[in-house]
Structures are given as structure tokens and as C-alpha cells.
Design a protein around this ligand. Structure first.
Ligand code: HSE
Length: 305
């Protein structure tokens, strides 16, 4: 019987342009590590970083609480969180810890849960930060690769990305509001023009076809969103410049990563990646914002160490 399990979960980018709340892609830019250890009673959260340690305010805490209740686990659990994914930047930080916690809990208590159930529990942790449950980041972080979230009932479809797909992520050095995801969800229009919905549906379908056909050009060229990106871009200083610079430097497509403010560009040419990063950096610099740029590729899902 195990007394301690450590799981490492990757960062993720949600939406990929037109797939709001439906598409997720695990990326190897950053990782969170969660260690669950059995203790006498209760749930205790420890971390060397400045993150919420109240169970209900912490994504991993909420996942453990929900799983503990559901499976009537009597043991107490200590949750040690090592955050590598920067919180609040659209890289699936809350999802990373939630995914790692769900996978670790499953292993620690030998529950043998299926993928959809694991994602469902991981998603229950997202409520702590986003205020509502959405599964795009957690599904990618739990399962790895590209995921499509089918809801009601929840069913995650996973597709392996093409081997040559690469991304440049620009993470701006901005102070993000607390509950940023909640704020950035509040600016999205409630009613959508049919024409826009058709455009997004067309691009989203083509992205799926691109993943199935292992065609990075098809994926990258279809990263175009006429609904959510226009509504959110004012929250990211220099966004248009960052995006246009990435495209001029050879990126196939570029958009907001998840709820932002990070911007992600897609490419399949490794020789272009450094230039794309540099141009994205210049884009943010035009708005007097510094940023960290990372070249990354699709990642495997959460794994125990
Ligand atoms: N799909 C979500 C959004 C991801 O864009 O609000 C946020 O983590």
C-alpha cells in the first residue's frame, strides 16, 4: 500500500483560437508537481510558494476534498504543491495542480478511475480559481496531447498532435487581477452573430482535421477566432502587435493562450522559432511590457514520478 505519491502535470493552452472551452493542448513549457501523503486526519496544504492554502481556495485542495468525500476515504492527506506553471497567465496553472492532484489521488488509493472520471474530478478543482468549471485545460493536463471536450455527458476525445508541431509562448510581465479567468470570461459576448459562429465553427473543424491528418499547416492556419479573441484583446497591452509580429516572422497562426494574457504562436519550422519569439517580445515591448518567451512542443499528460 502506498503512503505517498508525486505527480508532475504539464501546462496547457486552451481554446486554440476558435475552440473556446472545447480545445486544449498540453505543452511542455512548464510543469506543476503535487505530492500527496497520507496523514492522520484532515487535509493540509503546504507549499514554499505564495499560493492559497485554504482547501476550498486551492484547486488541488478542492480536488482532494471532492475525491476524499466521494470515495469515503478516512485517511488525512497532506498536499505538497510545487508550482512551475505561472498562475494567472493563461497557461493552465490551476488546471496543472488540479490534474496532478486527481492523478495522484487515484494512484494513492488505487482507485483505477477512467480518463473521463479523472478529468471530471480535476475539473471540480477549477472552480476554486475560475469560478466555473471548464474542462479544456484539465483534460489536456491529465491526458496530454490535443483534447476535445464533449460535454453533457463529459467525454474527452484525445488526438496525438503532429510530431513537427511547435509553439512559441510569450508570457508578459504584467500584474494580473485576482480571479483573472472570471474577469476575462465576463467580457465575452452572450449573443453571437451567425456569420461569426460559422467562421469559428469552420476553423475549429479544420483544426480537428489538422490534428487527425497530422498536418501542422492546417492546424496553424485555422487558429483564427472572431468571437472571443476580439472581446478579450483589450486586456492584453500590445496584443495586435505581438500577434502580427509572430505572423510576419513566419508563425502559421497566433492567438491568446487560454484566458490570457500569454500569447501563443504555432509553427512547424524549427528554424523560425527563435525569430518568432524575438518578434513577439518586440510586440510586447511596443506597449512597454517585458515578457518571457518559451519555445515548446505538445506534452504528455500527468505522470507519477
Ligand atoms: N477556456 C477557458 C477560457 C480557459 O478561455 O476562459 C481558461 O483557463
Amino acid at each position: 500500500m502506498l503512503n505517498r505519491v508525486t505527480v508532475k502535470a504539464p501546462s496547457s493552452t486552451a481554446n486554440l483560437g476558435p475552440g473556446f472551452d472545447v480545445f486544449g493542448l498540453a505543452v511542455d513549457a512548464f510543469f506543476d508537481k503535487v505530492t500527496l501523503s497520507k496523514i492522520d486526519k484532515g487535509i493540509e496544504i503546504i507549499s514554499e510558494q505564495d499560493i492559497p492554502t485554504k482547501v476550498d481556495d486551492n484547486t488541488a485542495g478542492l480536488v482532494v476534498k471532492n475525491m476524499k468525500n466521494k470515495f469515503k476515504i478516512k485517511d488525512g492527506i497532506e498536499i505538497k504543491i510545487q508550482k512551475g506553471i505561472p498562475p494567472g497567465f493563461g497557461m493552465g496553472s490551476s488546471a496543472g495542480s488540479a490534474a496532478a492532484a486527481a492523478v495522484a489521488f487515484n494512484k494513492l488509493f488505487n482507485l483505477k478511475l477512467d480518463d473521463n472520471t479523472l478529468v471530471e474530478f480535476a475539473g471540480s478543482g477549477e472552480k476554486a480559481s475560475a469560478g466555473s468549471i471548464h474542462y479544456d485545460n484539465v483534460a489536456a493536463s491529465v491526458l496530454g496531447g490535443f483534447v476535445i471536450v464533449k460535454t453533457e455527458p463529459l467525454d474527452i476525445i484525445k488526438i496525438s498532435p503532429p510530431a513537427d508541431l511547435r509553439m512559441c509562448v510569450a508570457v508578459p510581465k504584467l500584474v494580473v487581477p485576482k480571479k483573472k479567468t472570471k474577469v476575462s470570461r465576463s467580457v465575452i459576448p452572450k449573443k453571437i452573430e451567425l456569420k461569426k459562429s460559422i467562421l469559428n465553427l469552420s476553423n475549429a473543424s479544420t483544426i480537428v482535421a489538422g490534428f487527425l491528418k497530422k498536418d501542422s499547416d492546417l492546424i496553424g492556419n485555422s487558429i483564427q477566432d472572431v468571437i472571443v479573441e476580439p472581446a478579450r484583446q483589450h486586456m492584453i497591452p500590445g496584443f495586435q502587435k505581438v500577434k502580427n509580429n509572430a505572423l510576419k516572422a513566419g508563425a502559421l497562426g497566433a492567438t491568446i493562450s487560454g484566458a490570457g494574457p500569454s500569447v501563443i504562436a504555432f509553427s512547424k519550422k524549427s528554424e523560425d522559432l527563435k525569430k518568432i519569439c524575438l518578434e513577439m517580445k518586440k510586440g510586447f515591448a511596443s506597449a512597454k511590457i517585458d515578457c518571457q518567451t518559451i519555445i515548446c512542443k505538445p506534452s504528455k499528460g500527468a505522470i507519477d514520478q
